[in-house]
Design a protein around this ligand. Structure first.
Ligand code: ADP
Ligand code: MG
Length: 346
């Protein structure tokens, strides 16, 4: 074991609140012109810009949204940023700033927070966003992380949930169900570990699904592609709660129905294998699992050829009229009405 692993963790009290903030944020640099003033004053200053500002907040609570038994703090910091950026991309906007607010109990050490901030800063570099402020307070129980992301886009390019029209194509980036499958494996290994601490976790062959759960990415590349190809989706949403639930959101917001095809829904082979191993249906994992952070969007039929030639984007169905509801056409050509959660397969 390395020397540093044997050192006693530094209690938070050694630095105090101001010292801690200073310590965690001293290496942060500002990349965007729009970030006029970052950390250090009473408030950050962001220039108004030419377009519109898009703002989104997400809160992650220990024991509800994450379990530190199997979540490395660096991954947690990275994921906390990514899930927020995903919401900004889902508006077809470009994120430029984030703020990070933490509630901490004194069982966390300075070293643990350094790890969390390593993940936060890595995501800021990869996604080109500035950390411009936040808040730090104490908590009686676990860790709470709330992140606000601020993005920008020209008014005419912002995409809402409400613009889908009949006959539009329904499209999806990436594949679904893997983060859910990854979580089931982590939970299984946790309960085995709790019953016998001598058993080592068996995670072989699970790299992809574990990464999808522990270190997801937001689809910045898809937004860049839209820009290059002059595509403005008619509606868009990111998949945080499962495909079914997001399709229902689009249908309600746009006043339309949807028809999607089971055999068009992309699921990675390792997700299928894991679901079979756990006696779960892969299509249920895709429809109801969630935490995929893929983009679900509709485009007008004119964009069919541009969308078709793009790797990693799948056309999964089309928009119908509201009276038709939200329908899944199964592999054996039955129509099943999609529910926000709990459709349990055929
Ligand atoms: P105030 O008392 O005015 O709320 P703080 O002492 O909480 O000020 O914060 C001082 C500066 O540090 C501010 O610029 C604030 O945005 C920033 N800050 C506080 N906590 C964090 C954090 N967890 N991450 C990043 N910046 C933070
Ligand atoms: Mg404060």
């Amino acid at each position: 074991m390395e020397e540093s692993n044997q050192q006693e963790p530094t209690p938070l009290g050694d630095l105090g609140e101001f010292g801690l903030i200073q310590h965690l944020t001293e290496k942060i640099d500002i990349k965007h012109k729009s970030s006029v003033l970052g950390i250090g004053d009473d408030a950050a200053i962001i220039s108004a810009g030419k377009g519109q500002k898009v703002v989104s907040t997400d809160m992650l609570v220990e024991g509800v949204h994450f379990d530190l038994l199997y979540t490395p703090l660096k991954h947690l910091g990275y994921k906390a940023v990514v899930v927020n950026l995903s919401d900004i991309y889902a508006m077809n906007a470009i994120p430029e700033q984030i703020t990070v607010s933490l509630a901490l109990s004194n069982r966390y050490s300075v070293e643990a927070l350094e790890e969390l901030y390593e993940g936060i800063q890595l995501a800021c570099e990869i996604y080109n966003v500035d950390l411009v402020g936040g808040d730090t307070t104490s908590s009686q129980a676990g860790l709470v992380i709330s992140i606000t992301a601020i993005g920008e886009q020209e008014e005419s390019k912002i995409v809402r949930r409400s613009g889908a029209r009949e006959n539009d194509l329904i499209c999806l980036s990436g594949d679904l169900g893997a983060a859910f499958a990854g979580l089931q494996i982590l939970e299984r290994e946790k309960s085995i570990f709790e019953s016998n601490q001598k058993i080592q976790p068996d995670l072989s062959g699970k790299d992809y699904i574990l990464e999808r759960q522990l270190k997801p990415e937001a689809r910045k590349d898809v937004i860049q592609y839209f820009d290059q190809e002059n595509i403005i989706p008619t509606s868009m949403i990111d998949i945080s709660d499962g495909l079914s639930s997001e399709l229902i959101h689009l249908s309600k917001a746009s006043g339309i129905g949807v028809q999607v095809y089971e055999d068009k829904i992309p699921i990675d082979p390792s997700t299928v294998t894991t679901c079979e191993e756990l006696n779960l249906s892969p299509i249920t994992a895709a429809l109801n699992g969630g935490e995929d952070y893929e983009l679900l969007f509709t485009v007008s039929l004119d964009h069919h050829d541009k969308i078709k030639k793009l790797d990693g984007i799948q056309i999964i169905g089309h928009v119908t009229d509201a009276a038709a509801g939200c329908q899944l056409v199964t592999r054996d050509e039955k129509m099943v009405e999609l529910k926000a959660q709990g459709w349990s397969g055929v």
